[in-house]
Structure formats: structure tokens, C-alpha cells
Design a protein. Structure first.
Length: 425
């Protein structure tokens, strides 16, 4: 049997560590077995340790500054059970503790995780705690645009997602074909110079960034007795698509528990405490309450409803015809990588967007593959074509966790699925 520790929050959020040791040391110092990052300020240099004692495991605090918690209760030393959540400090990083047979480890290492909203299971979300969580630091779903969600998305029943493995296998062939085309035929006369392209996308950013919003979800998990066993905060991006107050985004941002197998293992009921949006260049004091209007787990899109502010900005154009999107097209997206964390780190009191350009590497009926990595928090960002129209929604990132040198692949969902939800009204 081996110990599997999944980082549920903190600087390593989404990452999974497999250890086969009788003593597992936890802390920020480099001589620990599980090393936390400098941003995990609640964790001490040598915070605690997990010990194997016969057929069971115990965790004990090593006189840490902020204490060690198991399932929300502060402990000096206690026996661990499969599924217990260890937290380093009251608002510090959380670890999911599991014990698995050695035979399952190969399967764990083959999961297509990215950096995790900082894991990379299926999609990562970005988030920052908006209030003090009862069960510890908020889970970073939006920030890992969502690693945990990526695995789930890949395994979802949608036929398009089931074909993802085939699509990825064909990437090499597609890349070779594109290279051969350029070598034999040469570039199209309509190809813009780098300066011209930069000017076009700069204009797109200027005209649309005000319609982009930072989404914050605060939720709690309640057991069968109605007691709160954990709290979480999730962040991601959205964008205004209708003057009646409708915001397009990803479903996994506003209902992360639908995608996260780790949350399901807690056998708890989710309860939303607050859902708000902050328009670009506005402060948290100007956050607007939102509700989930409609959502689709299968396509991972959602429409939020807000009371529209005066002269609510909207994205300037929407292209629902996926046939207009081609391999090699230059595109860009606008969002909030790392959510509020990045804003606080850079000492910004306003929700300032980040603009990123890339190219389309593959197009399917319900999938736009992007030649770029997707940082947590970018989930829900609008993807713009060169005409300044939204063609998709940033959804996930895939990376082979077993290969540290492998390149990440970004995934987007065609905007038509979000607009179809809106049209159902």
C-alpha cells in the first residue's frame, strides 16, 4: 500500500504525490517529503508528519505556528482514515489523504493533469478566498482552469470528449501536414505581418475587455446532519453576452463539485453561500450578485444572470458557426489568470484582465484545441477570432503529469453551446 496525497488548495493545488514511506514530512523547508510553496504562509518550515504505525497511519503536529487540522478539527496527533483532509493552519493548504494498492499507481500517473485549476485532471479554475473558510483555505478550482476538471471532462459521456485521445494522436500528423504545406506551397498572401496582427488584436482587447468579469463562488459542504465540514472558494472568468444581464462562463466554475471526484468522496451536499461577478477595472466593493440561469455539465458551459448595471458592456460580436474556425487561425482570449491571487500579488485593487494570443491547433464539432497552456483562472474566458468575434470559451488544459517536459494543450468549448443555452429562454 502507498500513500496518495492530493493538494486541494495552496500553491500546489491539484498536484498529486505518491509516497511509499513510513515517515512523510510536511512543510515549506526543502528537506520535507511534501514541500509547500512560499505562498503557503500558514504552513511552517517543518509543520507536521505522517507516520505509518503497523496497519494504520497517524498525523502529528511538529509544534507548528498555526496548527494542524484534520477534517476541520485541530489535532496534535490523530489516526488518519482514507478520505481525511489534512490542513496546515486554519486557512492553510489542504491535502486529501488516501491509501492505495501499489497496482493502482500506474493508473494515477497516467492521468492527463495540467498544473492544477494547479492540478490538471480536466480543467483548472482560479480562485482566491473571499472570506474566511470554516474548513480551511478555499479550493482553487477556477485557478487551475481546472486540472481536476480536465480529467473529468476527458471521461465525460460527450462523444466529442471521448474522441479527445484520437484527436491528440492525430496532432503529430496534422503538424507534419502543416509543415509540408508551408514548405511546398508557402504562406498565404493574406497572412498579416506580426505588427499588423498585433495591432488588430490590441484593438480587439481594447473593445472587449470591459465586458469580461471575474467570477467568485463561495460554497460549503454539509454532511447529513447539516454540519458544515468544509468551505471553498472558486474563481474563474466570464463575459457579458446579453444586455438583459446574462454572463457566459464554464459550468465547472459555478458547480465544481459536479466535476471533482475528491469532493464526491466526502459524501456531502454543496451549498452556495455567494456567487458574484466583478466587471473588469472595478473593485470587489462593486461586485454584483449572480445566479445560475442555465448550465450544461456535458458541454461545460453556463449562463449566469445578474441585474445589469447601467450601460452594461458586452462583447462586440459572437460567431456560433464552428465551420469558420480553422486549424492555424490566430486567436486570443481575455481573462483573469490566477484570479484574485494575481491581483493581490501585484497589488491591484481592481479586477484587471490579462490578454493572451495563440493559435488554433485543432477543431472538432464540440472542441477547439489551442496551442498554449491555460493557467488557472482563465476558465470561462472568451476566445476571439481575428474579426473580434467570440468563437469559444476557454475550458481546460491537458498535460501529461508523468512527463515534466511535455507541452500543455489548451481546450475551448465552441460558443454556440452557451448561446444555445441562452436561446432556450
Amino acid at each position: 500500500m502507498v500513500v496518495v496525497l492530493t493538494h486541494l488548495s495552496g500553491g500546489q493545488s491539484g498536484q498529486t504525490e505518491v509516497l511509499e514511506k513510513d515517515r512523510i514530512r510536511l512543510g515549506r523547508a526543502l528537506d520535507n517529503d511534501v514541500i509547500f510553496t512560499s505562498q503557503d504562509l500558514r504552513a511552517s518550515a517543518h509543520h507536521g508528519e505522517i507516520l505509518r504505525e503497523g496497519d494504520q497511519y497517524v498525523v502529528q503536529d511538529l509544534q507548528s505556528t498555526n496548527g494542524t487540522y484534520v477534517n476541520g478539527a485541530r489535532v496534535e496527533r490523530t489516526t488518519l482514515r482514507d478520505g481525511h483532509i489534512i490542513q496546515l493552519g486554519r486557512k492553510g493548504p489542504q491535502l486529501l489523504f488516501e491509501v492505495r494498492p501499489r497496482s493502482e499507481i500506474g493508473q494515477l500517473n497516467q492521468k492527463p493533469w495540467t498544473k492544477g485549476t494547479t492540478i490538471s485532471q480536466s480543467a483548472r479554475l482560479m480562485v482566491e478566498p473571499v472570506s474566511e473558510p470554516l474548513g480551511g483555505r478555499s479550493r482553487r478550482f477556477g485557478l487551475q482552469t481546472m486540472q481536476l476538471a480536465i480529467e473529468t471532462a476527458v471521461n465525460r459521456s460527450s462523444s466529442g470528449w471521448r474522441r479527445l485521445v484520437v484527436i491528440l494522436t492525430l496532432l503529430t500528423v496534422a503538424a507534419l501536414g502543416a509543415a509540408l504545406y508551408m514548405a511546398v506551397i508557402g504562406p498565404s498572401p493574406s497572412v498579416l505581418s506580426p505588427a499588423e496582427s498585433a495591432k488588430i488584436f490590441s484593438s480587439i482587447a481594447e473593445r472587449n475587455q470591459s465586458a469580461v468579469v471575474l467570477i467568485r463562488l463561495q460554497f460549503e459542504l454539509v454532511d447529513q446532519q447539516g454540519d458544515v465540514i468544509s468551505e471553498g472558494t472558486n474563481e474563474g472568468t466570464g463575459f457579458a453576452v446579453d444586455p438583459r444581464g446574462y454572463i457566459a462562463t464554464n459550468f465547472h466554475i459555478v458547480q465544481p463539485w459536479e466535476f471533482d471526484e475528491q469532493l464526491k468522496k466526502l459524501h456531502a451536499q454543496p451549498r452556495v453561500r455567494s456567487l458574484t461577478v466583478i466587471f473588469a477595472d472595478h473593485t470587489s466593493r462593486e461586485a454584483i450578485p449572480a445566479t445560475l440561469y442555465r448550465g450544461s455539465k456535458e458541454s461545460d458551459v453556463a449562463i449566469l444572470a445578474i441585474t445589469p448595471p447601467p450601460e452594461m458592456p458586452l462583447v462586440k460580436g459572437i460567431e456560433t458557426d464552428i465551420s469558420t474556425v480553422h486549424q492555424g487561425d490566430e486567436v486570443a482570449f481575455i481573462g483573469f489568470p490566477y484570479g484574485s491571487d494575481l491581483l493581490s500579488t501585484t497589488r491591484q485593487d481592481r479586477a484587471t484582465t490579462t490578454f493572451k494570443r495563440t493559435t488554433v491547433s485543432k477543431v472538432a464539432r464540440d472542441l477547439i484545441q489551442l496551442d498554449t497552456s491555460i493557467q488557472t483562472g482563465y476558465s470561462g474566458s472568451p476566445i476571439f477570432n481575428r474579426d473580434g468575434k467570440v468563437i469559444g470559451v476557454v475550458t481546460a488544459e491537458i498535460k501529461d503529469n508523468a512527463d515534466s517536459e511535455s507541452l500543455s494543450i489548451g481546450l475551448g468549448t465552441p460558443i454556440k453551446f452557451a448561446m444555445e443555452l441562452l436561446g432556450e429562454g
